[in-house]
Design a protein around this ligand. Structure first.
Ligand SMILES: [Zn+2]
Length: 409
């Protein structure tokens, strides 16, 4: 068989496999009780991150589509939306309103459509990061398993500290102590209690959106100095050192509770998100398993190098197939080449709305089929081993990396 035949037969096999996603932000049910439109879905997808917005006229929509159509966020969003609603593409300025009406009517007719779409697309399990209400499962524990956003605790130097979601551990979790050590004990007790109740399957940190991921300096004296001071009284450097101190204690806690620690790397504040900043962390905590998200895009080779050198690094493809489908094929090929274990490569769709998650898993299936067909063609993979490798990438690796997220009957 040639590469295309292998691609087609792999695509068919992969379509029949369940999917496990290690990272999502799916919005609560109430959100889908409001009218859902094409424009609202675009705004809640990564396409909404692009610097273009559709207007309300055919001309503005045509202009918009002209700008965004070939960006892979849009490519897979469109495919996912069309597949989810049984529509033929492409979306054009002419059929925009008709497509939008179909979407609105479908959601209005079925208040659980956002959940049904995930199941129909093959999702068996999704690890959920509800950063607006950390640790929530949107009331659907059968589908969603919560990760814990430990970065919220990095804002607790003072009762008035708050992250961009207005979240502060003092007010949100009821901390009333006076000292840094009391704060640390409060944090540990809070997380251990949630973990013991089955409400924490991993830790997550996404501070790359707010600051450089330079967490290496673990300075207790600086944390003691910062504790009890309002944000305005702290320099950026002092504020970051307080955050670092909390981060390090959570690396220890992740090892104690045997929880994978999901770290955002790449993109976000791109001046400070180079994953090589994480090398001192990965080395200092060999008993903590770090899932390095987003293949560190654009630093995919750095993530590959980390996966080559450290057994406690999982090179994660989460979000990557939609960021750049071609880079995702390159990254997956390289991770398979160098990772100490093929079972450490994880994936998640990283979406807020289900239509985009439908498209994202289509993208991931495409990346897996393309990559494996290429490796067969290159003589790097036996055809009879391709099915097991694909199963690993689609669901089995995530079951292996996140055993506490697996539902046991
Ligand atoms: Zn995310």
């Amino acid at each position: 068989m040639n590469n295309l035949d292998n691609f087609d037969s792999l695509t068919r096999d992969i379509l029949g496999m369940p999917v496990f996603s290690d990272h999502e932000h799916h919005l609560p049910d109430e959100h889908f009780r409001q009218p859902v439109t094409l424009t609202s879905l675009l705004a809640q997808s990564y396409v909404g991150w692009l610097g273009y917005t559709p207007g309300n006229t055919p001309e503005s929509r045509a202009d918009y589509l002209d700008h965004v159509r070939h960006n892979t966020y849009y490519v897979w969003f469109e495919r996912g939306l069309l597949a989810a609603h049984g529509l033929d593409g492409p979306i054009t300025a002419d059929n925009w309103d008709a497509v939008s009406d179909t979407v609105t009517r479908a959601h209005a007719a079925n208040p659980n459509l956002h959940l049904d779409l995930l199941r129909r697309a093959g999702y068996e399990r999704l690890i959920l990061d509800t950063y607006w209400n950390p640790g929530d499962d949107d009331g659907h524990p059968d589908l969603f398993a919560p990760t814990f956003r430990m970065d919220k605790f990095m804002y607790g130097h003072h009762a008035d500290g708050a992250d961009k979601d207005g979240f502060n551990p003092w007010t949100s979790y009821g901390f009333t102590g006076k000292t840094l050590d009391e704060y640390l004990e409060f944090m540990r007790a809070y997380i251990r209690q949630r973990h013991d109740a089955g409400r924490v399957v991993a830790f997550k940190n996404a501070e790359a959106y707010r600051r450089p991921i330079t967490y290496a300096e673990d300075n207790r004296a600086a944390a003691l100095e910062a504790f009890g001071k309002a944000r305005a009284e702290l320099s950026q450097a002092q504020w970051m050192l307080f955050g670092n101190y909390i981060f390090h204690r959570c690396c220890e806690l992740a090892a104690e509770l045997d929880l994978p620690f999901q770290l955002h790397s790449g993109l976000a504040q791109i001046g400070g998100s180079d994953p090589s900043h994480l090398i001192p962390i990965v080395e200092k905590y060999p008993r903590t398993r770090f899932v390095l998200f987003h293949a560190g895009y654009p630093w995919i080779h750095t993530i590959a190098g980390l996966a080559h050198n450290y057994t406690n690094v999982c090179p994660s493809m989460t979000w990557v197939p939609t960021i750049s489908s071609t880079a995702a094929v390159r990254a997956l090929n390289e991770f398979l080449d160098v990772a100490q274990s093929a079972r450490t490569i994880t994936w998640g769709s990283d979406c807020w709305v289900s239509e985009e998650s439908v498209g994202a898993v289509m993208a991931w299936r495409w990346v897996v089929a393309r990559t494996l067909a290429y490796r067969i063609d290159m003589g790097l993979l036996r055809i009879r081993e391709a099915g097991t490798l694909a199963e690993g990438l689609m669901f089995a690796n995530n079951r292996h990396v996140y055993p506490k997220a697996v539902v046991t009957a």
